[in-house]
Design a protein around this ligand. Structure first.
Ligand code: RP5
Length: 172
C-alpha cells in the first residue's frame, strides 16, 4: 500500500516528524524546502508522550531505512527530538514549535539543553527554524552529492542577489 506521507517512487532520505498535527503550520516549511530541492522525504506525527513505542521504533529503524537526517518538531515540554536522538545516531535536527502560553521559549529550552553526549542540533523557534533545519538536512546530504551542493550554492546566490537589489523607501 502507498504511504500518503511519503513521496512516491523514492526511498526517503529525510524523516520529518512532529508531536502533533497542530505543529504542521510550522513544520510544513521544512517539507516545502525539501520539496524545493527534490529531496525524498517522509512526514508523520509521532508524539513522544502519546506514542512512545512508535517513537522508539521509528528512531531504532531510521538508519537501516536509509534516513540521513531526522527533522523533529515539537512544542511545550518538547522531548521528541531528544528522545529520538537517544535511540539513533542519525543526526537529529530539532525545531521548537511555538507554544500556546510561552510562545515556544519552553520548546526551545527543552530541545536545546541536551546533556553532553547525545546531541540535538537546535534551530530557531517556528518557521525559520523549520526551513533552516531542512536546509541543514540538505547540506548533510550534499556532503556526498556534488550536484546537490551546487543547488545549495545557487540558492545562496539568489539570496545575495535579492539582498543587493533591496531598495529603502528613503524618499517616500
Ligand atoms: C506537543 O504538544 C506537540 O508537539 C504540540 O506542539 C503540543 C500540543 O499538541 P496538541 O495538544 O495540539 O496535540 O506534543
Amino acid at each position: 500500500m502507498t504511504d500518503p506521507n511519503q513521496q512516491p517512487d523514492s526511498k526517503p532520505l529525510v524523516g520529518v516528524i512532529m508531536g502533533s498535527s497542530s505543529d504542521w503550520d510550522v513544520m510544513q516549511h521544512a517539507v516545502s524546502m525539501l520539496k524545493q530541492f527534490n529531496i525524498p522525504f517522509e512526514a508523520q506525527v509521532i508524539s513522544a508522550h502519546r506514542m512512545p513505542d512508535e517513537m522508539f521504533t521509528y528512531a531504532e529503524t531510521a538508519r537501516s531505512r536509509g534516513l540521513r537526517a531526522i527533522i523533529a518538531g515539537a512544542g511545550g515540554a518538547a522531548h521528541l527530538p531528544g528522545m529520538v536522538a537517544a535511540k539513533t545516531v542519525v543526526p537529529v535536527l530539532g525545531v521548537p514549535v511555538p507554544s500556546k502560553y510561552l510562545r515556544g521559549e519552553d520548546s526551545l529550552l527543552s530541545i536545546v539543553q541536551m546533556p553532553k553526549g547525545v546531541p540535538v542540533s537546535t534551530f530557531a523557534i517556528g518557521e525559520a527554524g523549520a526551513a533552516n533545519a531542512a536546509l541543514t538536512a540538505i547540506a548533510i546530504i550534499a556532503t556526498v552529492d556534488d550536484a546537490l551542493a551546487a543547488q545549495l550554492e545557487a540558492f545562496r546566490t539568489q539570496q545575495t542577489a535579492a539582498a543587493k537589489a533591496m531598495i529603502l523607501p528613503i524618499n517616500e
